[in-house]
Design a binder for this molecule. Structure first.
Ligand code: AMP
Ligand code: MN
Ligand code: MN
Ligand code: MN
Length: 281
């Protein structure tokens, strides 16, 4: 049963330590102003924003859940696994995230080289990505392509160059799901499969992914994410019950004025056990 229907909780957000626009402190301030009581900062493959966010949480009277969103592979499919309530000082996790950052840098070099071959200024785009304070992501590159006037918006950057099936969509060598869950466990965290309905998988493949996630020690599904439709929530709640997962909720907030605002009401269906149940009533 959902024991905390009124708790305003958002367990998936980004700062500028990855591809969000707010500093960790700004993020916490905006979350508090939006009425969020419990906030997880879950930057892509880094915990670099957690110390600042935690200090800010003390000022703004908000509970900060230390988190991270780790890139992984399931068969050929890139997936994202949230680690929540992690110890951000865990040496094994920090070493693993350092290797993830290296993978990101290598992939970014390859993507920019490919863009160069396609007639775009690969060196300039790489420099623009590297000027950001966060670990490099395709979102930074898409922004640089917009700023350079090469595409009209980030959607076009992904559609034409960076997204699935396009010429500069170079796969990173992400570690398998089992490895990533082991890192999260080593850091004392809870592994949550992020936005399960966003992966382009057949119904059968999605069931196999969830079964493998459970077998590897995955704990929860992100049943409610920012842009989720009601039918997805219902389907994910059913999956959670079937596979014995608890459920999480998160906006996947990156920037204001986008499809996933902070502090919108993220209501977990009553039939799903909240992943936060042992932490908050
Ligand atoms: P990466 O982790 O480097 O593969 O970058 C993926 C990030 O790019 C995601 O976390 C999103 O923030 C962003 N992204 C992915 N697909 C799109 C898209 N179609 N349009 C805009 N942003 C996207
Ligand atoms: Mn992102
Ligand atoms: Mn994600
Ligand atoms: Mn995210």
């Amino acid at each position: 049963m959902n024991s905390a229907p009124t708790l305003n909780i958002d367990l998936h957000t980004h700062s500028n330590r990855s591809d969000g626009t707010f500093t960790p402190l700004e993020l916490v301030a905006h979350a508090a102003a939006a009425g969020v009581e419990v906030l997880a900062l879950t930057d892509h493959d880094t915990v670099a924003g957690l110390e600042e966010a935690s200090a800010g949480a003390g000022i703004h009277n908000i509970d900060l859940v230390p988190g991270v969103e780790i890139s992984a592979a399931w068969r050929a499919q890139p997936i994202h696994i949230l680690g929540l309530w992690i110890d951000p000082t865990c040496a094994e996790l920090l070493a693993a995230l350092s290797a993830q950052a290296d993978r990101r840098r290598v992939r970014m070099l390859k993507i920019c080289a490919r863009l160069g071959k396609m007639g775009l200024p690969g060196g300039e785009l790489l420099a623009a990505v590297e000027a950001n304070p966060g670990v490099p992501t395709r979102a930074h590159l898409a922004n640089a392509m917009v700023a350079g006037g090469h595409v009209k918006d980030t959607e076009a950057a992904f559609r034409k160059y960076l997204g699935r099936g396009t010429a500069a969509n170079i796969a990173a060598e992400w570690p398998p799901l089992e490895t990533v869950i082991a890192w999260i466990s080593a850091a004392g965290g809870v592994a949550v499969l992020a936005h399960p309905s966003r992966y382009k998988l057949s119904a059968g493949a999605r069931r196999r992914l969830l079964a493998d996630f459970a077998a590897a020690g995955g704990t929860a599904l992100e049943v409610v994410t920012g842009p989720n439709h009601a039918d997805h929530v219902e389907a994910l709640a059913a999956f959670a019950l079937k596979h014995g997962f608890s459920g999480s909720v998160g906006s996947d907030f990156h920037a204001p004025q986008t499809w996933n605002p902070l502090g919108r009401s993220l209501k977990l269906p009553d039939c799903v056990t909240p992943v936060w149940r042992s932490y908050y009533k």
